[in-house]
Design a binder for this molecule. Structure first.
Ligand code: HGY
Ligand code: MN
Ligand code: MN
Length: 416
């Protein structure tokens, strides 16, 4: 193991701890799109990028990007992950990948790469604030939908106003775009967020593909009433209908191999102990590596929603549905990454990602590869998230070798 990799890994973990302090909630990590803690993250990350020899800037989607200039201008290799978090997050989801990317560029600062190396800290992967994930990577890939600017957060602030008050220009998102002919590829280091690497005793894994995802906003509408005087017979209790539906979600997912389906949030109206719930709004997250199986899951569960509503005299509606199809890693980038891992540690595990990443968006527009780090305990989106120092060090060493291999290949291709 290169001793510099270990030293760099120590600073990566210390920096994850420091960024873990940038939170909008005392006592837990919550960092949302363009909130004040994100501004503090940009300040610290830009300093670290400077120290690593990168020239940083924040683009109009709020992505924090540092460039290690190559000796040729035509092409760029992108490497990074996201800076935002879910509420009550761990210290590593997203930022670990960005800080490993900074460490890799520090390791390579003395090399004259034949392409630029851009380290990207994406601004919004989780989609918590405006219920729309992948905002930063959508802007980089040139697929940001201007209609999203009208979306409002919990405080009724529009995305447009949030961007303007952060000092960004929401009408100039084109300036964020990288074009396919300039990008060699996008590489994302990330915690596995699951048990596979730990069970196999391997520090690193190479991702073969990322599951597709459907996110639905659903509503059950019944009739509110007095909890003490309304007869039990004939009630149209929206929460009873929703509860039957939630059980159906679990049963359906258990019967379709590989399907993941989760009701993660629910709002009861008027949410008062002595009032029969008149309406319930909830979210449904459905995932599978095969898009047709995922779409079948969506159809099956929407039908189950109508049945559960009808049984309780309620109505059921799909308020909104967004979906991302599954994405495969680029075969050549994946194979070269596997070779680089093989040189540094036991042969990597090849595995699919059940979690979504900015690589879902980037992989639809550019060649993509992901490197997973072992996740002790496998618990993520939770303060118990952990990662091993040695695994971070070997990831830095692998990615350093990998970028140099890509540089050799690029130089060879240019010479023929
Ligand atoms: O939901 C996900 O899979 C990711 O953490 N955004
Ligand atoms: Mn996450
Ligand atoms: Mn993540």
């Amino acid at each position: 193991m290169d001793s510099r990799a270990t030293t760099l890994a120590q600073s990566v973990l210390a920096r994850c701890d420091e960024l873990g302090q940038c939170s909008s909630e005392p006592g837990r990590i919550t960092r949302l799109y363009l909130d004040e803690p994100m501004r503090a993250v940009h300040v610290r990350l830009s300093e670290w990028m400077h120290q690593a020899g990168l020239s940083p800037h924040v683009d109009n989607a709020g992505n924090c990007i540092g460039r290690l200039r190559g000796h040729r201008e035509e092409k760029v290799l992108l490497i990074g992950s996201h800076l935002d978090s879910v509420p009550g997050a761990g210290r590593y989801d997203g930022v670990l990948g960005v800080l490993i990317a900074v460490a890799v560029s520090e390791l390579l600062a003395d090399h004259q790469l034949p392409f630029h190396l851009d380290v990207i800290g994406f601004s919004e992967e989780e989609g918590v604030r405006f219920k729309m994930p992948y905002l930063g990577s959508a802007a980089v890939a040139g697929r940001f939908d201007p209609a999203w600017l009208l979306r409002e957060d919990e405080q009724r602030i529009t995305m447009r106003d949030a961007m303007s008050s952060f000092g960004l220009s929401p009408d100039d998102l084109d300036s964020c775009r990288y074009h396919t002919d300039q990008v060699i590829g996008y590489i994302e280091p990330h915690l596995e967020q699951g048990p596979v690497l730990e069970r196999s005793g391997q520090p690193l894994g190479v991702v073969t593909g990322i599951v597709g995802q459907s996110r639905l906003q659903l509503a059950f509408r019944g009739e509110a009433g007095h909890a003490g005087t309304a007869p039990m017979a004939g009630r149209r209790d929206a929460l009873v209908a929703a509860s039957a539906f939630i059980q159906e979600v679990r049963n359906t997912a258990l019967n379709i191999d590989g399907l993941k389906a989760t009701v993660g949030s629910m709002r009861v109206h008027p949410n008062t102990p002595n009032v029969i719930p008149g309406s319930v709004e909830l979210t449904l997250d459905i995932r599978h590596l095969a898009d047709d199986v995922r779409n079948h899951g969506v159809e099956t569960l929407v039908a189950a929603g109508h049945r559960s509503a009808e049984a309780e005299g309620c109505t059921f509606e799909v308020l909104e549905e967004t979906s991302q199809h599954s994405v495969n890693a680029d075969a050549q980038l994946m194979s070269m990454l596997t070779d680089a891992v093989n040189e540094c540690c036991a042969g990597p595990v090849l595995l699919e990602s059940g979690a979504g990443h900015d690589a879902v968006i980037m992989g639809q527009h550019f060649p993509m590869a992901m490197l997973f780090l072992r996740h002790p305990g496998g618990v993520s989106h939770h303060p118990d998230e952990r990662v091993e120092l040695d695994d971070v060090a070997v990831a830095i060493e692998v990615l350093g070798r990998y970028v140099l291999r890509l540089a050799e290949q690029f130089t060879h291709q240019q010479s023929v």
